[in-house]
Design a protein around this ligand. Structure first.
Ligand SMILES: [Zn+2]
Length: 82
């Protein structure tokens, strides 16, 4: 049973897309967009982005805008220090 006055309102977490539990007594309910756990996970990911970017978020390591696995072994880069 949700706390506070029941309103027929369904909101979904902007991160995991699952339903938010209606917590009307909480002061931040009007502006709440995320589960607390989802938000904490997001902050932890931002803090450790250099490690989770390539695994969890599928970023690709690039050299000069080219993904590393797409660079042929005989490719030559020209360094310009001007
Ligand atoms: Zn969530």
């Amino acid at each position: 049973m949700p706390s506070g006055e029941y309103e027929k309102e369904e909101r979904y977490c902007a991160i995991c897309k699952k339903k938010l539990r209606p917590l009307y007594k909480n002061k931040d309910w009007d502006s709440r967009k995320y589960h607390v756990t989802c938000f904490r996970d997001l902050l932890a990911d931002i803090k450790n982005f250099d490690t989770v970017a390539y695994t969890k978020y599928k970023y690709k390591k690039k050299v000069n805008g080219i993904p590393i696995e797409d660079i042929p072994p005989d490719h030559k880069f020209v360094l310009d220090f001007s």
